[in-house]
Design a protein around this ligand. Structure first.
Ligand code: ZN
Ligand code: ZN
Length: 113
């Protein structure tokens, strides 16, 4: 909850359009004072980073359809074929990680070097 810094009235949330962009602002119903709401910063932990990398590639797989495959055993269902791709998970000074996705069950895992 926010109070107007000018008159102390409880401020209300409003959605406004600025250059075709939707913005959420806090508006004082008494004097019209407006504060733009800060976008919450999403802090990504190491675990989430991995999940995000997989999710991003998930959509890429859907878009590409033709992924290279490799003979590798799926740790989940034992199938011996998987799609593979490279992901630069961190800053450029680390080598990219190889991800695999089982062609049968869709299980996705990464190669640990
Ligand atoms: Zn006010
Ligand atoms: Zn599998």
């Amino acid at each position: 909850m926010m109070f107007c810094p000018k008159c102390g009235t409880k401020m209300v949330l409003r959605q406004i359009r600025v250059n075709k962009e939707k913005k959420v602002v806090l508006v004082c119903p008494n004097c019209g004072y407006t504060i733009e709401k800060q976008r919450e910063k999403h802090v990504i932990s190491a675990g989430e980073e991995r999940t995000t990398a997989i999710q991003v590639l998930d959509s890429k797989i859907a878009a590409l359809k033709t992924m290279p495959t490799v003979e590798i055993e799926c740790p989940k269902c034992g199938n011996n074929k998987a799609y593979w791709w490279l992901v630069q998970t961190r800053s450029g000074d680390e080598p990219p990680t190889i991800f695999y996705r089982c062609t049968r069950c869709g299980y996705t895992w990464r190669q640990y070097s």
